[in-house]
Structures are given as structure tokens and as C-alpha cells.
Design a protein around this ligand. Structure first.
Ligand code: PMV
Length: 327
């Protein structure tokens, strides 16, 4: 009897604050979006067919070339190796509701779901840390120098504080990850500019600017680090009145770094004008999504949604981040 297909999923993510500066060792806070997910199903393939990857919603199918695999194929091979099983005949089907290159961690979510589904195929559940490490190598193939925040928040699937620290000997970085306490549920409205921008491009721009003027950029990153610390306090106290202005300040600093765009700035302004207490781009920038902090009342939330649509958002999502207490 043939084995039934196995499936797994992984959430999208949002960076609440601290993107870009996180690449340079400052902290950032990231949130999983449980309701927006990538799904992967693994099925037995025809004998001798090797590994086939099929991206259902992109209408694409390709074979994993063992000699020079694409990043997802390489991840599939690395995961099978990690699980201690030889590459066999598999059909891996990907179906994701997360916009590609939109700042919501689409690549890391697909990769996480793929690792989980392959593990499920042999009846195994891998710990989040092992999944995150496998996905990080795939992120490196796509983005060059990722901080690791996307794979971490998606694999752990809970709000996190993320910081890269120099390890002993100053040779390699060690990720410092902590759960984040959220005293009151957080209502966020997400506006998608519809502009697709690859993460590595704005990341490369910031690197060039930092190399040209390290003093100014280190100071900017320090300011981001300081507001992220204040944001953590505000979340722990349920003090959303303080959180909004911190998000606005983060947007101002991201604009100074050159990673906003006219489309992002328009949506951010529209959300603020409609009553959001804070709004900023989220992710690498130059396109993708922005987030707005909505008060806990329906009228403001609906006003923000309407304003974002009128300002050109191609998609508007509403999400509630539940409170989480640290034990
Ligand atoms: O746009 P995303 O979802 O890939 O987020 C990138 C976040 C950055 O801080 C800009 C880069 C990184 O690797 O942390």
C-alpha cells in the first residue's frame, strides 16, 4: 500500500520594529501571523522520478538537480540528509498565501513548511531550533547576509526578541532569542503596496551607506536599538499609547536609511491620518508591506482599512496578536 501524503504549514511574519539595524547587532521584535500561511504536501513519486517540486499557485514545476540544486531543492536534500534518509522519489507541493518579496517572510515560511512536511513524511517532528538552522542556510542562498530573524520567528511561531551577538573570539555571531511578553492584544492592519522588492537590494543599499559613513549609520542603528527596547517595555505593560510613537520614530529612521518608498510613505501617512497611533514599513522596504497600530475600537480599525485601500494598497489584512505572558 502506498504511503498517504504528509502535510505541514508555517506562518507569515511581521517585523514590528528593528529591521535593518538587526543585521548590525541591534535587537528587533518579530511576530508570527498565524492566519496567513504557506502549506507543503509531500507525496510518494513514481519510481525513478527523483524529487519534484511543484509550486501550485505559481503554476511551476521543476526537478531537483542533485548536482546543482536550486535553494529549495538544496533545502529538501539537506533536510533528508539531516533526517538520515536517502533522497527518494518524492513530489513536494507548495501552496502559499503569503505575498512573495513582500516583507512577510514568504521564503522562510515556504522553507519551514517544507522541512516540517518532509519530517512528517517519516513520522518525525523536528525541534524549532533545528528547523530554523536548516531554513537559515536556504535564506542565505536567497538573501546573502540574512540576520536570521525570519527563520527564527517562523520556526518558533511566537513573538520574539532577536539579537545577533558576537560569539567568543569575535569570529561568529550567536543569536540571542527571547519570547516577548504582550500584556494586551495588539490589533494591526497590514497594507500591501503591491510593489515586489527582493530583500537583498535594500539590504545591500544600507550596507553600502554604512560602509561609506559608519559613524552616522552606527548612530542610526543605536537609535533603532533604543526604541526597540522601549517597544518591548510598552508591549509588556500593554501601553499601546507609547508603542505608536515608537513605531513612527522607527519609520523616520528607516526613511533616513533610504529603504522607504513613495508607495510605503503614502500608506503610512494614510493610516496615521485615519487614526493609527503608529505606522511604519515592515521588512526590507522599497516595496512590500507596512503595518499600522489600530486602537481596540472597530471604528478606527475600519477607518484605517478604508484609508489604506483608497491610498492604493492592493491588499489589506487585519490581524490580532494575542497576549502572551512569560512564565
Ligand atoms: O523583507 P524581509 O521579510 O525579508 O525582512 C528583512 C529584514 C531585514 O532586517 C531587512 C534583513 C534581515 O536579514 O534581517
Amino acid at each position: 500500500m502506498s504511503k498517504p501524503p504528509s502535510s505541514a504549514s508555517a506562518p507569515a511574519k511581521l517585523i514590528l520594529c528593528g529591521e535593518h539595524a538587526v543585521v548590525y547587532g541591534r535587537p528587533a521584535i518579530a511576530l508570527p501571523l498565524a492566519g496567513v500561511r504557506a502549506n507543503v504536501q509531500v507525496d510518494q513519486g513514481r519510481p525513478g522520478s527523483g524529487i519534484t517540486l511543484r509550486a501550485t499557485n505559481l503554476h511551476q514545476e521543476w526537478k531537483v538537480d542533485g548536482a546543482s540544486p536550486d535553494p529549495l531543492g538544496e533545502l529538501a536534500l539537506a533536510t533528508l540528509h539531516h533526517l538520515g534518509i536517502p533522497p527518494s522519489d518524492l513530489v513536494i507541493m507548495i501552496d502559499s498565501a503569503i505575498p512573495i518579496a513582500g516583507g512577510m517572510g514568504s521564503g522562510a515560511a515556504v522553507a519551514t513548511a517544507l522541512v516540517r512536511a518532509l519530517a512528517a513524511h517519516i513520522g518525525c517532528v523536528l525541534p524549532a531550533g533545528e528547523i530554523s538552522a536548516l531554513v537559515y542556510t536556504c535564506e542565505q542562498r536567497y538573501h546573502g547576509t540574512p540576520s536570521g530573524i525570519d527563520n527564527t520567528v517562523i520556526a518558533h511561531e511566537r513573538p520574539i526578541w532577536f539579537e545577533r551577538r558576537m560569539g567568543s573570539g569575535q569570529r561568529r555571531t550567536v543569536n540571542h532569542i527571547e519570547p516577548v511578553a504582550i500584556a494586551n492584544p495588539l490589533t494591526l492592519v497590514i497594507g500591501d503596496t503591491g510593489v515586489r522588492s527582493e530583500t537583498r537590494l535594500p539590504v545591500g543599499e544600507v550596507r553600502q551607506r554604512w560602509q561609506a559613513d559608519p559613524t552616522t549609520y552606527e548612530a542610526l542603528f543605536d537609535q533603532v536599538g533604543s526604541l526597540v527596547r522601549q517597544a518591548r517595555e510598552a508591549l509588556a505593560m500593554g501601553d499601546h499609547e507609547s508603542l505608536g510613537p515608537l513605531l513612527n520614530e522607527n519609520q523616520r529612521l528607516l526613511e533616513t536609511m533610504g529603504v522607504s518608498s513613495p508607495e510605503l510613505a503614502r500608506l503610512v501617512q494614510a493610516a496615521r491620518d485615519a487614526g493609527a497611533s503608529g505606522a511604519k514599513l515592515s521588512g526590507a522596504g522599497w516595496g512590500g508591506v507596512m503595518l499600522a497600530l489600530a486602537d481596540d475600537d472597530d471604528i478606527t480599525r475600519r477607518a484605517i482599512v478604508g484609508a489604506l485601500k483608497r491610498a492604493g494598497a492592493v491588499q489589506v489584512l487585519e490581524t490580532q496578536i494575542e497576549s502572551s505572558v512569560l512564565v
